[in-house]
Ligand binder design. Structure first.
Ligand SMILES: C[S@@+](CC[C@H](N)C(=O)[O-])C[C@H]1O[C@@H](n2cnc3c(N)ncnc32)[C@H](O)[C@@H]1O
Length: 377
């Protein structure tokens, strides 16, 4: 699949959309408010002159309410610190980046309500301007030395392309205990190239002393094939394999299907940040985001009426399945076609509903990195 042209989270605000099925990511973004405050406080206090304008970028913002969550927390923090320092609040430019295939319009459609509910009520008053910036974050997307703060949540584990691994990763659709070492190495090499490119581009775009908060699906163990946080990919493989056994999907196609995701370990991340050299690591933390954070949202983006019993296996299984579909559907459709994808996601839903009660503790291992652009670069 040509990631830059075709990969996207499910568009719109309907039942299958990313906007309605990303509550786990929403919870994770909320946990970063303290680090956002630390970053902005540090930047404002260390600025020689209090800035008149702050330029912020969210890389891989996707579509829907999550794209406005970091901006709402940041605006709050900027207003609070300006008041504390008795300075006029800076104007804020928020740049929302994602691939060109992303549904930016759904987010733009939420902006008027955001202005009315958040911006007009903030004290002291503050001006905020939004821009959509399409383009891969593995290349330059902003002019040099223009960004003061960078945010990126649940996006940097997506590779720019699937490494050339052919059909030898039988028995898995990502890295697992059955994966040949050569496949694991090819995934790591692609990740190394991509993450290094991301850091090199941001090193040019971020001003000296500017900060980046990156949150991504990761791993604790240094072995990329160690079975950690592999529940969803494992289950999707089993579903597709069963469809092959029943003559509903092609075996060769399944062998050639791999999800272009690499979940890096803290050591791998640290080594690449040090190799690039422009950023200082303030924090590198690994935590679990339990799948129980998935909750079904209604199409008007409010959490659903079934929220009370969402922790029951059935509802949770359904919510996790919808979350997986909203994220992975474009990949599965591109490889197998819409009909097989529909069948596979219904089967995944059933497998998750059947197994959820005994798998409540499954989690997505999440790595949070807080970086500062060094002043001598
Ligand atoms: C799981 S979503 C995360 C969205 C949002 N940040 C959140 O936390 O809810 C991952 C996003 O990363 C975007 N993405 C993946 N690779 C990208 C790239 N090379 N450049 C820009 N965006 C990318 C995808 O299009 C998708 O919208």
């Amino acid at each position: 699949m040509d990631m830059a042209k075709k990969f996207r989270m499910n568009a719109g605000i309907g039942d299958a959309s990313y906007a309605s099925n990303s509550t786990l990511q929403k919870t994770a973004i909320k946990t970063t408010k303290e680090i956002i405050e630390r970053a902005i406080r540090d930047f404002l206090y260390k600025s020689k002159e209090f800035p008149e304008m702050l330029s912020i970028a969210d890389f891989g913002c996707s579509s829907g309410p999550n794209a406005l969550l970091m901006p709402s927390m940041l605006i709050d923090v900027v207003a609070k610190i300006s008041l504390e320092m008795s300075y006029k609040t800076p104007e804020i430019q928020i740049n929302l980046n994602d691939l060109p295939s992303n549904d930016f319009n759904t987010t733009f459609g939420l902006l008027q309500e955001f202005q009315e509910k958040i911006i007009y009520n903030i004290q002291p008053p503050l001006s905020c301007y939004f821009t959509g910036v399409p383009g891969s974050f593995y290349a330059r997307v902003f002019p040099a030395n223009t960004l003061h703060f960078v945010y990126c949540s649940y996006s940097l584990h997506w590779l720019s392309q699937l490494p050339e691994v052919g059909k030898i990763n039988k028995g898995s659709i990502n890295l697992s205990s059955t994966t040949p070492k050569s496949v694991a190495m090819a995934f790591y090499e692609q990740y190394h190239k991509d993450f290094l490119a991301f850091l090199r581009c941001r090193a040019e775009e971020v001003v000296a002393g500017g900060h980046m908060i990156l949150m991504l699906a990761g791993r604790r163990n240094d072995d990329p094939c160690f079975e950690e946080s592999n529940y969803l990919f494992g289950l999707l493989y089993m579903v597709l394999d069963k469809m092959v056994a029943q003559g509903l999907a092609d075996e060769e196609k399944l062998h050639a299907f791999n999800v272009p995701v690499f979940k890096a370990s803290p050591t791998e991340i640290q080594n690449i940040v040090e190799e690039e050299g422009s950023f200082k690591i303030n924090l590198l933390d690994v935590s679990d985001m339990k799948l129980t954070e998935y909750k079904i949202s209604t199409s008007d983006n409010n959490e659903a009426s079934h929220t009370e019993d969402v922790n029951e296996g059935r509802d949770l299984g359904l919510a996790v399945a919808m979350g997986a579909r909203a994220t992975l559907e474009s990949l599965v459709v591109d490889h197998f076609g819409q009909e097989i994808a529909n069948d596979a996601f219904l089967r995944l839903e059933k497998a998750l509903i059947d197994g959820m009660s005994s798998n409540m503790n499954e989690a997505i291992i999440t790595t949070t990195i807080f970086l500062t652009k060094k002043r001598d670069h």
